[in-house]
Write a protein of this length. Structure first.
Length: 117
């Protein structure tokens, strides 16, 4: 299959799934966390597919790689925040495990893409 735009990339699709999972999980957070941990997690999750998309539309592979590295950083940031949320009892273990499993998969796909560029 020919990749014509970022929407054709599995790494972008998985990133978008992670965003939806995070938004669903943080919807039940305490109101006091609306502008704290929940907001930070949402920003980090949105950063992943956003950087994949922005990097894809750059002219040079060097620029694209830089955006993929930012997405990788956001994966690590989000994984840390999910763990903290779990420790605080804001997210159930099954939801934590699901998001972390997807983040692990996303991280591997991003690293492979970086290697191919």
């Amino acid at each position: 299959m020919k990749i014509r735009n970022f929407r054709d990339l599995d790494v972008w699709k998985m990133g978008k799934e992670i965003v939806l999972d995070v938004y669903r999980a943080t919807a039940a957070y305490p109101k006091v966390e609306a502008y704290g941990l929940a907001a930070q997690m949402r920003r980090a999750s949105v950063s992943i597919p956003s950087n994949v998309a922005e990097g894809f539309n750059r002219f040079h592979n060097k620029e694209y790689r830089q955006f993929l590295f930012i997405a990788l950083g956001s994966c690590a940031e989000l994984e840390t925040q999910v763990e903290i949320s779990s420790d605080l009892g804001f997210v159930q273990p099954n939801i934590r495990d699901l998001i972390i499993e997807k983040l692990d998969h996303e991280t591997r796909m991003l690293r492979n893409l970086v290697k191919k560029l």
